[in-house]
Design a protein around this ligand. Sequence first.
Ligand SMILES: [Zn+2]
Ligand SMILES: [Zn+2]
Length: 316
Amino acid sequence: MFLSEVTLPISVSPYADESGIGYCLRSISRNGSSLHGLRRLLMIDNIGRFTVLHASHLGRVFQQSPQWFETALPSHERARPFQRDCYGHRWFSRNNLRTQSPQVCVQCIHSKGYCRAIWDVSIALVCVEHQCYLVDACPKCHKPLRWDRPRVDVGHCGHIFLSGSYKRAPDALLEFQSFLESKFKASHSDMDHVRGHDFHGLEGLSLSGVHAIVASFGFRSKPFQVLHSTIRTRAYRSGAWTEFVSQGLSRWKSMDACHASLDSLVVQSMLEHMAFNHDFVQDQKFAVSLLELIFNKRLRAELGGQLERLSQLELL
Ligand SMILES: [Zn+2]
Ligand SMILES: [Zn+2]
């Protein structure tokens, strides 16, 4: 018998808004094993990640529908240009999702007992219900959290996540989080349904597009700051994302008043990446308009001939 034909004695059902890898951790720990044990069962190497390729094995092992895993686990990555599907959305930057360094709302972990899927989104930073920040380190010893840990509510350090007193998250981030969650619930092909949820002009974009706009406006802490080329790939900590997103949102909201000085602050390469590599037409149009507005680019004239896709865009 193949190991992957084993089914586990305790079968727990996933919640509708549960993280794919979070479910694997919750379910395997209920069965007295670990993600390492699960990898062995599936014959994945020690550091291997769970992806859509393992959906049918996982469905059998956990006695759940393989379709659930197909949605909740990341697809096999397409390298150039980078593309990955997960949670019914398409993601165009490697650091859109926190596949390796998880974050949690400590109060939710204790009251709900599972990891929410939205926490896997890098620019999701706060919990609307508890009005607190998500954390990506053990509250006791401050070691960064890992997926490989004994239980959803216990760090790999062995500490149970303490729910003490928390700094209240600012209204701007709570409001942004509500917007993200409403988009997250609607699938990629279903974006029209969230148009009603107005958020400063970002409502028509894919989630990856929202990420690109907010990050391109927020990455630089001061004008002309030179940035590392890994801004779209690096796994930043929650604290760093909080800084980028807060800064990005406040610049984005004040853009009408002062777009003249934005050319030294906004990261042009991120908007270019969005214009040329996102396969969602609203994202492309949006990025081209911003490049023209902020950097005075004449993209249609410069690139229209070479980039057929772009030349066919009807600009906003
Ligand atoms: Zn919470
Ligand atoms: Zn600890």
